[in-house]
Ligand binder design. Structure first.
Ligand SMILES: Nc1ncnc2c1ncn2[C@@H]1O[C@H](COP(=O)(O)OP(=O)(O)O)[C@@H](O)[C@H]1O
Ligand SMILES: [Mg+2]
Length: 341
């Protein structure tokens, strides 16, 4: 597993990029009987064309709900975007009808590889049927022969060996890693501009994880797609991301170039995550080096949400810190970062 950013992603990260996605002041709430879960509580994010942005943080910090909000797939029954904007290519997605999102955006311009890839495949349909579905739905291929050819091409793009021979196989005939490639093929079938990968490798062993990250990088090189990679593992993010956003309790607490985050972390939470990265040859550990648990998102503390677990806690932390600039493009919501730029 890569545990530090490589030179190649440093070179990519310093290039100036045109913004593709801009999220401003996003609030997504889940209305439960016991209260309102503020799962996303004021998130600001930009993703450039062809860039890979990592969103990292412990379980429950709002990473999945942020990405579902982009696709307007927050839980139907009780989830709602209550404030903010999500602008992709000049269109505010929060303002569109469900019909418009489904027809023109979801799957075609923005695609997602979900947290649980194995359940995104239906065991009773062949790979050809399932990978062919987005082509048919968005009208990009018609008729048996054309869909077959399109599926074969996209299976080749995710480096499935001898794709023509695998078309009529069922998901259970593929290994875990190959099934994840099939899921990725479905996601990139319609050449989206943005791919959201939510913990795409958590269920896979380390060798396969590394291969999947290499595949994402190859797809990006081939197609220029922008990627949001969601992971609880900073080590995974380091190997592929240009920039990293650290999320805690519904908010982004630090964001910056991958090298800045690794060499010059400003938020004590980021430092805690960095300390919990397993080293090469060592068995993977859980994020157990930060004692305590994140606060409830029903009634989060008014001040810094990390304060209760923070080794550098001060009196001032009772007031929520603004985002302080640490370096160009690098900011942190921590009083310790004040005046650092
Ligand atoms: N379907 C749901 N119903 C109620 N609460 C949920 C649901 N999904 C997520 N949550 C809550 O929303 C918050 C954010 O969750 P999530 O976005 O899944 O975090 P992450 O992906 O970072 O692990 C958590 O407090 C979680 O408990
Ligand atoms: Mg999640």
């Amino acid at each position: 597993m890569t545990i530090a950013p490589s030179e190649s992603n440093f070179r990519r990260s310093v290039a100036v990029r045109k913004p593709l996605l801009s999220i401003r002041n996003l609030h997504t709430h889940l209305f439960l009987e016991r209260g309102v879960v503020k799962a996303v509580d004021g998130v600001n994010l930009d993703v450039g064309e062809g860039e890979t942005l990592g969103i990292v943080g412990e379980s429950g910090s709002g990473k999945t709900m942020t990405s579902l909000s982009i696709l307007r797939l927050q839980p139907k029954a009780n989830g709602r975007i209550v404030d903010g904007s999500i602008v992709l290519d000049g269109t505010d997605l929060t303002k569109l009808s469900e019909e418009e999102i489904a027809r023109d955006w979801r799957g075609s311009k923005i695609a997602m590889v979900s947290q649980d890839p194995l359940t995104s495949l239906n065991p009773v349909f062949t790979v050809r049927d399932q990978v062919g579905a987005p082509f048919r739905y968005h009208g990009l291929a018609k008729g048996r022969a054309m869909v077959r050819k399109a599926v074969e091409t996209v299976l080749g793009r995710v480096r499935i060996p001898s794709p023509a021979k695998r078309l009529d196989d069922y998901p259970h005939q593929f290994s875990g890693g190959m099934r994840q490639r099939v899921v990725t093929a479905m996601a990139i079938a319609c050449s989206p501009r943005l791919l959201i990968a939510d913990e795409p490798t958590s269920a896979l062993d380390v060798t396969i994880q590394v291969q999947m990250m290499e595949l994402f990088r190859e797809i990006q090189r081939d197609t220029g797609i922008a990627i949001i990679l969601i992971t609880h593992d900073l080590g995974v993010a380091a190997g592929i991301c240009d920039r990293i956003a650290v999320m805690y309790a519904g908010r982004i607490v630090e964001i910056g170039d991958v090298h800045e985050i690794f060499k010059n972390p400003a938020h004590p939470y980021t430092k805690g995550l960095l300390n919990s990265i397993p080293h090469l040859g060592q068995r993977r550990r859980r994020l157990d080096t930060i004692p305590g648990l994140p606060p409830s998102l029903i009634d989060p503390p008014k001040g810094c949400r990390f304060a209760a677990r923070c080794p550098a806690r001060m009196e001032r932390c009772e007031e929520y810190p603004p985002d302080f600039d640490v370096a160009p493009g690098h900011s942190a919501a921590c009083w310790l970062a004040e005046g650092k730029a």
